[in-house]
Design a binder for this molecule. Sequence first.
Ligand SMILES: Cc1cc2nc3c(=O)[nH]c(=O)nc-3n(C[C@H](O)[C@H](O)[C@H](O)COP(=O)(O)OP(=O)(O)OC[C@H]3O[C@@H](n4cnc5c(N)ncnc54)[C@H](O)[C@@H]3O)c2cc1C
Length: 381
Amino acid sequence: MRALVVGGGIAGLSAAIALAMRGAAVDLVEVKPQNAVLGVGIIQPNNALRVLDQLGILEPCLAAGYPTEGWVYYDHRGIELTRFDSLRLVGDHRPPNNALPRPALHAILTERAASLGVHIALGTTVAGLAEDDAGVDVALSDGRRQRYDLIVGADGIRSALRRRLFGDGHDPQFVGHSCWRVTVPRPADLDRCALFFGIGLKAGMVPLTRAEMYLLLISNEPSPAHVDLPEQRRMLAGYLSHFGGPVAQAAAMIGPETPIVYTPVEEVILPAPWGRGRIWLIGDAAHASTPYLSQGATMAMEDAVVLAELAAAPDFVPAAALDAFMARRLPRCRFVQETSRRIGDEGQLTDPAACAARNERIRSAEPGRPRPHETFLAEPV
Ligand SMILES: Cc1cc2nc3c(=O)[nH]c(=O)nc-3n(C[C@H](O)[C@H](O)[C@H](O)COP(=O)(O)OP(=O)(O)OC[C@H]3O[C@@H](n4cnc5c(N)ncnc54)[C@H](O)[C@@H]3O)c2cc1C
């Protein structure tokens, strides 16, 4: 098996690792000239820890991050509504969840891929593709021409490969919310992920390391239009003033120079199958989700492991393997997209009575149980 992975994000690096672990010769092209990622933090729920274990990088992720037992939900004043404990999927001696800075995860994935012999070409992309029954001839932007058994399109939410295969009818759709994130010092008592439900606004606090956490805020926005930095600071300060308790204390730590990561929330709903012949899409290229279950990167890593299992099999037949891939991936990824979208919409309700009813529903959840979606996602992949 000779595979080309297009895109060096979480999906692409995970696919490269999973394929190389099964003996494939893997090239990866990343269009960015530097091996760096922008980003704040990544929450790794229990099914993420399971797939990190399969990729051989669980321990470094736990060491670089902040393991947590579960979630705690508050109202906007900081009064606790309930708390959830997650199922342990990687052994009783290990935590159920983790979160870590995004650059730390990138460094761990890159090091693992390099140690398995994956050849990574930065500043490079695909210039042309020609598929026949036995393989795919690829012209790369650096002038090389190579032949591969499989092309993995892991080029993210604005995937050029998706457009090449399926046209432009599947571009990302803005869902009406934006996410604001800042990294600030972690309060000593923040030892699980916390969400704060307000009116038209939701905030969150995620421990990333012993020293740091990120503060997040979700707002309703009329469009995904660019907002310049001074306006971002003004808007974020206004939104955060809605909250009391721990969020207000965290907001007070935002300085005039604190970087703000502002992301209009978008989804990609691509009908099955997520590929043609020997060219398969994974991760955000195939199924970008709203972030309210913290599952986007996890689904990308699960895609990678399933893809490698099917594509590196000795009896690999592309059409049958792609069908098998879709049978295993579509139900989970659609469940995440639909559940996350519903939870996201509930979090952004603007009617005070509806918000009070929502908070009452949350309060009535028995403390210490897993969040409802976890049971489905704990099922074997
Ligand atoms: C606000 C927010 C918070 C989130 N929080 C979480 C979380 O806590 N936990 C979680 O699991 N998920 C989370 N996600 C989702 C997660 O970030 C994504 O699902 C995940 O990063 C997708 O990885 P990817 O590799 O598919 O795409 P990307 O990370 O976008 O990687 C794509 C890569 O391909 C490269 N590329 C693009 N075009 C080309 C090309 N033509 N040729 C070569 N390379 C190319 C890009 O430069 C990039 O490096 C969050 C998402 C958002 C928006």
